[in-house]
Design a protein. Structure first.
Length: 133
């Protein structure tokens, strides 16, 4: 479970009982990390690594449709819970997509990351999955 409280991100890990319930009063572990700087778009947890993705739709979309939001680039952050090491990567590209917004991150078995963008138009969206190199 992930939530923001008093300006920090909280990740709580629970035991899933019978595949249907968690005891919300007794997390197995709680991790507190700095907040994202942009629009939070998802996370994944694998072993001792947490990965988050944040970012807004492209600038041209915000200028045309949603002038109240500020543009944020796509940023992936990872934390090693054992060592405390953090990485931060700004993702560039996907310029050929007419509309794009980051929507998720996945830590693969080999430790590599994949990210997902929603693209196309607001009424006809498709999902694009990319390997992060």
């Amino acid at each position: 479970v992930r939530f923001t409280y008093q300006g920090m991100q909280y990740f709580q890990i629970y035991k899933l009982e019978n595949g249907t319930r968690i005891d919300v009063r007794n997390p197995i572990e709680q991790v507190v990390l700095p907040p994202t700087s942009g629009d939070f778009q998802g996370f994944d947890l694998d072993g001792s690594t947490i990965a988050t993705i944040e970012g807004s739709p492209r600038k041209s979309f915000l200028k045309s449709y949603d002038r109240s939001r500020k543009y944020q680039p796509t940023i992936i952050r990872t934390w090693n819970l054992r060592t405390g090491a953090m990485t931060r990567r700004v993702i560039k590209g996907a310029a050929r997509l007419s509309f794009r917004e980051p929507e998720g991150v996945k830590i693969m078995e080999n430790g590599k990351l994949r990210i997902m963008y929603v693209s196309n138009t607001l009424t006809n969206q498709s999902c694009n999955i990319y390997d992060v190199k």
